[in-house]
Write a protein that binds this ligand. Structure first.
Ligand code: SF4
Ligand code: SF4
Length: 371
């Protein structure tokens, strides 16, 4: 019996290698990566293996790169066709993840409506991505595109990486700029080399920053929700821990890199894939054993002492990556200050959760995504 859950699966497809940007925190080589498209035959094999061996009851498919919209539209259409024909009988969502740093026009809007039911995931990061021309110009391009898509009713889930340059900005002005989005998710940094370690935040400073956003969220009507906050409200009300911070991947997520190597967590898979499409297709037991080893290793990971003594442990579960904590820092990646505020004002956050559920299918069916 496999350790994989089939209730709701998350599948990342790197349909293109190469990007128009070169972000400091990125595990890809960005615009230095050789441009390549994923093979449709390998995508078919990958998805067929998941269908046959896991048989999801529902799933979300994230279309990733690099920058997925560097791929020709016919390629993206063909990928979607494979997804739909492999999973014709279950509820699926297909969501491309883009940096939105290219020409956006009515043709793009039509394509998003036709192929992705009007939904996209958008990344915005401060001080680490605008290296293609001058930063100001690029940031303007992002905001121009963002506003254009809001006006066209495209539903955008915005992802922002928690890293030290972000904290130099005014938190309220960031979320106000992103009014019109459906959600704003703060994603934790994956630290895999010196340059990413150099981006690590001090959690006390991060907590101060984040708390302003959580307070703003509770006191204002916003188009966007904060999935991490809403998920904690859900945990609190239902008295159930949702494993959706750093450790959800090992039992429900599958990632395929552009070159046909595969793994579970999307970040780890880029740096250290555990297998190949070929092996998944020809020897599922072998693939599954490797995946289970990772899962067991994660389950056995020691819980940070801040978490074991934390009053919110029963709601939160303390499953953030150990690298996200710092010695002698009384704050954690999730901001205990914000969680205390949230639970002291639970009625307000319960109402916020209701509004968010109407906006986000993901919150009704599962926790928010990782990336
Ligand atoms: S936009 Fe995304 S894929 Fe491209 S370099 Fe930045 S983080 Fe990497
Ligand atoms: S310290 Fe933070 S991450 Fe750990 S259990 Fe408490 S709230 Fe969760």
């Amino acid at each position: 019996m496999s350790h994989f859950s089939s209730d709701f699966n998350v599948v990342y497809l790197r349909v293109v290698q190469g990007c128009n940007l070169n972000c400091t925190h990125c595990f890809t080589l960005g615009n230095k990566d050789k441009y390549e498209l994923a093979s449709l035959a390998q995508i078919t094999e990958f998805l067929t293996s998941i269908r046959k061996n896991v048989n999801p009851k529902g799933a979300v498919f994230y279309i990733h790169g690099g920058e997925p919209f560097l791929a020709p539209k016919e390629h993206l259409r063909a990928v979607n066709e494979i997804i739909r024909s492999t999973f014709p009988d279950i509820k699926i969502n297909i969501i491309p993840q883009t940096n939105l740093m290219f020409k956006v026009d009515q043709e793009f809007v039509d394509f998003i409506n036709e192929e992705y039911a009007g939904h996209i995931g958008v990344s915005w990061d401060h001080g680490i991505r605008f290296q293609t021309t001058t930063r100001a110009l690029d940031e303007d391009l992002f905001l121009k595109n963002f506003r254009y898509l809001v006006e066209k009713d495209i539903e955008m889930a915005v992802a922002i990486t928690v890293q030290k340059h972000l904290l130099t900005e005014d938190p309220i002005s960031i979320v106000q700029r992103l009014e019109g989005a459906k959600s704003i998710d703060f994603e934790f940094l994956t630290m895999f080399d010196k340059k990413t370690m150099d981006l690590k935040v001090n959690n006390t400073e991060w907590s101060k920053f984040y708390h302003q956003i959580v307070t703003y969220y509770s006191n204002n009507k916003t188009t966007w929700s904060l999935p991490q906050v809403d998920l904690l409200t859900k945990s609190y009300i239902e008295n159930k821990i949702y494993q959706c911070k750093c450790n959800c991947c090992q039992h429900r997520t599958f990632t395929m890199n552009c070159n046909g190597t595969v793994g579970l967590c999307p970040d780890e898979t880029y740096v250290a894939p555990i297998s190949t499409v070929k092996e998944m297709a020809n020897d599922w037991t072998s693939f599954s054993t490797k995946a289970e080893t990772l899962y067991l290793r994660q389950l056995g990971q020691e819980i940070n002492s801040l978490c074991t003594q934390c009053e919110f442990f029963d709601v939160c579960g303390g499953n953030c990556e150990p690298t996200l904590f710092s010695e002698n820092d009384e704050e954690c990646p999730l901001s205990k200050q914000s969680i205390a505020y949230q639970f002291n004002n639970i009625q307000i956050f319960q109402n916020k959760l209701q509004e968010a559920k109407e906006n986000l299918v993901e919150l009704r069916e599962r926790g928010p995504s990782c990336h």
